[in-house]
Write a protein that binds this ligand. Sequence first.
Ligand code: COA
Length: 169
Amino acid sequence: MSEERDQEIVRRWRRDEARQLAAICDETEVAYWTPFPTPFPESYAQTFIDGRDGYLDLAITGEQDEPVGLATLNLTTRSASYVVASSARGRGYATRALTALCRTAHTDLGWESVVLEIEPGNRPSEVVAERCGFRRVDSDSEQVEDKGRVYSLATWELSWDATDVPPPA
Ligand SMILES: CC(C)(COP(=O)(O)OP(=O)(O)OC[C@H]1O[C@@H](n2cnc3c(N)ncnc32)[C@H](O)[C@@H]1OP(=O)(O)O)[C@@H](O)C(=O)NCCC(=O)NCCS
């Protein structure tokens, strides 16, 4: 993937892409590591595409501009999240998408920091966070219960005041 692709790795969802979004999110690992429902019906995907209050939901795009993932900013908690289709993982999509989300948060929305909540043990997500300059900041992990599992979520933060990582260009 070229550097130029970084700028256009995320875009708005198109009206007719609910099926693709549902296929990306209706997957075992997504159900395990995220609060998303399983199954993840197309009708629910359509609510993301129509626009959820308090969220900016963007498509992560592949080489042909096809959706390969979902990148989200929660405008209330000032946090980010990401999902990449199992068939597209390990190719840097989440890393580039999170970089783009942070650029939007800092440059367009004026945020001084962005937060991630990651379950310890979700190594691919932790690798993405580390590579984008996030640091684990919590002392007490938050406990949550979802789909019959009780687990903790660690807080990670990228702060443009407190880190030597430069703001996204
Ligand atoms: C987390 C997720 C979005 C990462 O997407 P991705 O596009 O594959 O991420 P990237 O390719 O940018 O980076 C992932 C890195 O983790 C590495 N990785 C994957 N599994 C790993 C493991 N078990 N141990 C260590 N590193 C691992 C990959 O090799 C890659 O690093 P590399 O580029 O140096 O090889 C994807 O795995 C996913 O959708 N998981 C399910 C949903 C989820 O967990 N979302 C995050 C919730 S906090």
